[in-house]
Design a protein around this ligand. Structure first.
Ligand code: VG1
Ligand code: CO
Length: 579
């Protein structure tokens, strides 16, 4: 093949957000748009991660993925990479990409040094929806801010990109295709999307005990992939490996437009699962399953449900941490530490304190957990946004979280499956609250708000922080019975491993009784601004941990809306999504 230099001009809007670059497909389809970002990434990497290197390219299979894979493959050859690895049909979940970078050995003994993950995660897909691209490093984790800043700088000055005149490669068939260029050979290796990931899961969990649980007539199960890439793993893992019934899988055929749905596993968007679990409005006579779970488009998120019961993601990570050592073989030697993102509830903090574990609070986004894990400081971590994971890889992992819950259930029921009453998901959560107290928690999202208005709202909240007296006057004017604000700031994080500092990571109002209000602007949207409001209240008294969460939080919600003048700034009387 021959390599050519193509002249291009910069786009001004290629700043990576919380998790890569996400834009409407129409934006990505502009001539040279994707190429500019890919070349800017190659130019930002150390030379040894480009020349002669092995790159993984795959994603959640959304619309435009196949085109992108062909474009990136040609550019990889043009930039002197030695080989590209592609999951069959271009499918790899985000956690599987992380596992493949860390664990996979190619047919010729090669190892990967990085990946382009093609996904916009939980954002809808299709010609009129979102596409996205993100670069992951040698450790299997998202590029740190040092690299993403450099990529962005490069996108502002780019003048040319390199590409090879290769034919399109067949990504549907497993095998290696070789090409020779003036500087040597270039290979494209298409491999099975699931086998490396399954091997890793088997090394972490006791599949035999989970199989026993899933095959017990007492235990019923349901998994909804929302037509995302989790479908490429669900049948192999839950049905073939663990013996679940095929009818327990919902929407497990990956589709490029997610069947027209919004592949976000929460109570609003995972409608079918929510109804099946008896949480919908129309309560059918069919008895709901004991356990239900869903994933997002790229399968790094998870929602865990019990029969007519919702587990908040903040509780989920705390409960996994509290039970990991007993229930999951990978952790049997103990946890190195635990971590959560700042807006995630403090349920994990209480577990860390009780079990005497190292604890870290990082900004939103998985990239901040990676350094802690690489340094051996953290085993289990999570975010309130339905992200849970561990140091087995450097991404959050939706199927891992389900297997973790199934392991806990299998462990708690190890003597009950043949006789005795099943310990349910709800039992596990209520027992956890009784032991550790409960963190009532909710998040309000105001999506696609005018960007200027959102900025102003945030600026006002920052300004207000200079006078706690004024804040408390406003608070007591709205609700006389909530506790006092004792501290307010903009969250700033100093990475304990490399000392790097991340500023402006969200506005916090901390109350005397441990309650918190947090305001952030989303960094994953593709249109306008999304304001996220996080509301949390701690209840230690076991007699008061059984309340309905929206009831319990109503006074704090009123304070948050009043303090931020939400309606005044955004014109919205209600959030788009409540989780
Ligand atoms: C959101 C979540 C954050 C998560 C990120 C990526 O970011 O809040 O917790 O890490 O999405 O998840 P933001 O900036 O919109 O709040 V995913 O599954 O979209 O890769
Ligand atoms: Co995701």
């Amino acid at each position: 093949f021959n390599v050519s230099r193509v002249v291009t001009t910069p786009f001004g809007d290629q700043k990576p957000g919380t998790s890569g670059l996400r834009k409407k497909v129409k934006v990505f389809k502009q001539p040279n748009y994707l190429q500019n970002f890919v070349q800017s990434t190659f130019n930002a990497l150390p030379p040894q991660n480009v020349r002669g290197a092995t790159l993984v390219v795959s994603g959640d299979g959304r619309y435009f993925s196949e085109d992108a894979i062909q474009i990136i493959t040609k550019m990889a050859a043009g930039n002197g990479l030695r080989r590209v690895w592609v999951g069959q049909n271009g499918l790899l979940s985000t956690p599987a990409v992380s596992a493949v970078i860390r664990e996979r050995v190619g047919v010729d003994g090669s190892k990967a040094t990085g990946a382009f993950i093609l996904t916009a995660s939980h954002n809808p897909g299709g010609p009129n929806e979102d596409f996205g691209i993100k670069y992951n490093m040698e450790n299997g984790g998202p590029a740190p801010e040092g690299i993403t800043d450099k990529i962005y700088e490069n996108t502002k000055t780019i003048k040319e990109y390199l590409t090879a005149d290769l034919p399109d490669v067949d990504i549907t068939t497993i095998g290696v295709t070789s090409f020779s260029g003036s500087e040597g050979q270039f290979d494209v290796e298409v491999f099975d999307s699931a086998s490396d990931y399954i091997k890793l899961m088997k090394s972490i969990f006791d599949f035999e005990s989970i199989r026993k649980l899933l095959s017990s007539p007492k235990f019923t199960f349901c998994y909804d992939a929302l037509h995302g890439v989790a479908g490429a793993y669900a049948k192999r893992i839950f049905v073939e490996e663990l013996g679940a019934q095929e009818s327990s899988l919902l929407n497990c055929v990956p589709k490029e437009d997610f069947g027209g749905g919004h592949p976000d596993p929460n109570l609003t968007y995972a409608k079918e699962l929510v109804a099946r679990m008896g949480l919908g409005k129309s309560n059918s006579e069919v008895e709901p399953p004991e356990f239900g779970a869903a994933a997002d488009g790229d399968a790094d998120r998870n929602m865990i449900l019990g029969k007519r019961f919702f587990v908040t993601p903040s509780d989920s990570v705390a409960i996994i941490a509290a039970n990991a050592v007993e229930a999951i073989p990978y952790f049997s030697a103990g946890l190195k530490g635990v971590a959560r993102s700042m807006p995630t509830s403090a349920a994990l903090d209480v577990v860390a304190k009780n079990l005497n574990l190292k604890f870290f609070e990082v900004p939103t986004g998985w990239k901040f957990f990676g350094n802690l894990m690489d340094a051996g400081l953290c085993s289990v971590c999570g975010e309130e946004s339905f992200g849970t994971g561990s140091d087995h890889i450097r991404e959050k992992d939706g199927i891992w979280a389900v297997l973790a819950w199934l392991s806990i259930l299998a462990y708690k029921n190890r003597e009950n499956l043949d006789g005795g009453k099943l310990v349910t998901v709800e039992d596990i959560v209520r027992n956890h609250w009784a032991a550790y107290g409960r963190h009532y928690y909710t998040r309000y999202d105001y999506e696609n708000v005018d960007a200027g208005a959102a900025k102003e709202l945030m600026a006002c909240l920052v300004k207000l922080q200079s006078s706690l007296a004024e804040v408390n006057e406003i608070v007591s004017g709205i609700q006389s019975d909530v506790s006092k604000v004792v501290h307010a700031d903009e969250f700033e994080y100093k990475d304990p491993v490399d000392g790097s500092i991340s500023k402006h990571q969200g506005i916090r109002y901390l109350f005397e009784d441990g309650s918190r209000l947090v305001f952030r602007l989303s960094g994953t949207g593709s249109e306008g601004a999304t304001i996220r409001l996080y509301i949390e209240q701690y209840e230690k008294d076991p007699s008061k941990t059984g309340r309905d969460s929206q009831d319990a939080l109503a006074p704090l919600v009123a304070v948050a809306l009043g303090l931020s003048k939400m309606q005044e700034f955004t014109g919205r009387s209600a959030p788009t999504v409540i989780t």
